[in-house]
Design a binder for this molecule. Structure first.
Ligand code: SF4
Ligand code: SF4
Length: 461
């Protein structure tokens, strides 16, 4: 047996080590398995421990029974009648109570405009008004950020629409924050088309831009057709790839997101090869994919879901093998919130100065504005409501799952396909940690415990 990831320190503190007894034991519900080259990986979703067992150990062929004792002490084996769900709820409740209460807001998602220069068919902003943030509102937004951040370091995510179409708002907010002495860094979710060398210099120095997320939906021909960039001269794909190179040269981290569905999986496999060949040596580049969610009858059909999941799993394994592949690591803290929407330290700011909690709900369920602050505590509380279904009681994912009732990525039920999707994501993370440990010489991975899991917005989204 090899420990790839030790138990999370919080889990170690909160769960006393069980005593080994003679009675019957069963595998823990929270132990997930994933085969790998050297045997099988076992991951405990409550304690965060990741083990590697050889094939013989997995079959129970080890002499002396010491492995059984180890697995009992580490909670991978539990007494037959043990109520793990009760323990899981207790641990999460205690972790929630102990989590420091956020008295300031330090994470801001700023919609610099809802306008966009692309016409992606899947965009949830389609049909919404295209409003830019005025310089006046941008200055007021900076004053709001300065007021509510309490002197702490601020993290801003520029969002839209296409946030670079609202460049003026970014210039105004960042120069105002500087003038007021507010420490900040920023990141951006953009299609990357509007960058050029000059703008990248400004972004790096004046906007304190540290990372960029760019979505690529396919190889050149497919990408250019899907994006439909307005006023594009030449190939938008070539320009975006060239901009990615410029950003990396400037030392800005780039994450390339590939939106996958059944129709483009093959093309994304080709794209993975292309990007690996072109950017394989880049340490600041990460490539990852997200399986798009479809709540239409066709999308939720179990066979369509299973097919999409199998194809996506194959794509993820290819990404994992790429030098720039970036499947996420396993969580290293007990989850106490789902995402920005139930995080008291995070808000969105819309182009007209209204404040919200979720980056995908830009027109509804807002909670205030930059002049009066958060005025609607009732809606804030609604954003914290969680979905719990009878299946949670026996679900392997219960320790790592927080579903918010208002989240537009999920619905109020939890189907088999939802659980399969999440399980697949966790298995991929397990394999990712295993690959990391091999690169590390096969020993434990030097893990940092998550300081704040606000960014950890669920699996497979
Ligand atoms: S995946 Fe579904 S059943 Fe499992 S814990 Fe989450 S909501 Fe409950
Ligand atoms: S995970 Fe759901 S609730 Fe949270 S920000 Fe994303 S869409 Fe909104």
């Amino acid at each position: 047996m090899r420990v790839i990831l030790p138990q999370m320190s919080a889990a170690r503190k909160l769960c006393a080590e069980p005593t080994v007894k003679d009675g019957p034991y069963r595998p823990s519900r929270y132990a997930l398995r994933a085969p790998c080259e050297e045997g099988v990986l076992l991951y405990h979703t409550l304690t965060g421990e990741l083990l590697l067992l050889s094939e013989d150990e997995d079959k129970g062929d080890e002499p002396g029974g010491s492995l059984r004792s180890e697995l009992i002490k580490r909670r991978f084996l539990v007494p037959e009648d043990y109520d793990e769900y009760r323990l899981c709820r207790q641990i999460r409740q205690v972790a929630g109570t102990l989590a420091p209460k956020k008295k300031t807001v330090t994470s801001f998602t700023v919609f610099t405009t809802t306008d966009c220069n692309a016409r992606c068919p899947y965009c949830y902003e389609l049909g919404r008004p295209r409003t830019p943030m005025s310089d006046r509102t941008a200055a007021d937004a900076a004053e709001y950020i300065s007021r509510v951040s309490g002197g702490g370091k601020v993290s801003i995510s520029w969002f839209g629409g296409e946030p670079l179409m609202g460049r003026s708002a970014i210039d105004v907010i960042t120069s105002e924050l500087r003038r007021r002495g507010v420490p900040f860094t920023s990141k951006i979710v953009t299609n990357g088309y509007l960058f050029d060398a000059d703008l990248i210099g400004t972004a790096k120095n004046d906007w304190a831009l540290r990372s960029v997320q760019i979505t690529l939906d396919g190889t050149e021909e497919k990408y250019n057709r899907i994006k439909g960039i307005v006023g594009c001269e030449g190939s938008a794909y070539k320009r975006v790839l060239s901009n990615i190179g410029l950003l990396l040269d400037a030392g800005v981290r780039v994450a390339i997101r590939m939106n996958a569905d059944l129709s483009n999986m093959e093309d994304l496999t080709k794209l993975t090869d292309e990007l690996s060949a072109r950017f394989g040596d880049e340490k600041k580049l990460t490539l990852y994919s997200v399986l798009l969610r479809d709540f239409s009858p066709a999308g939720t059909h179990p066979e369509a879901e299973a097919e999409a999941l199998a194809a996506w799993d194959a794509l993820q394994k290819k990404i994992l093998a790429s030098p720039i592949g970036g499947v996420r690591g396993l969580p290293r803290s007990i989850r106490t919130n789902g995402c920005m929407a139930d995080n008291d330290g995070a808000v969105t700011i819309l182009p007209d100065g209204r404040i919200g909690k979720c980056e995908h709900e830009s027109e509804q369920l807002l909670v205030g504005n930059i002049y009066d602050g958060i005025a609607d505590q009732g809606t804030v509380a609604r954003w914290r409501e969680r979905v719990e279904v009878p299946e949670c009681r026996t679900c392997a994912l219960a320790p790592v799952c927080i579903r918010l009732r208002l989240c537009s990525w999920t619905n109020d039920r939890c189907e088999d396909c939802d659980r399969e999707r999440m399980k697949k994501s966790v298995e991929q993370m397990m394999l990712n940690e295993y690959v990391r440990s091999l690169k590390n010489g096969g020993g434990d991975i030097d893990t940092e415990e998550d300081g704040d899991n606000a960014e950890y917005s669920g699996f497979g989204r």
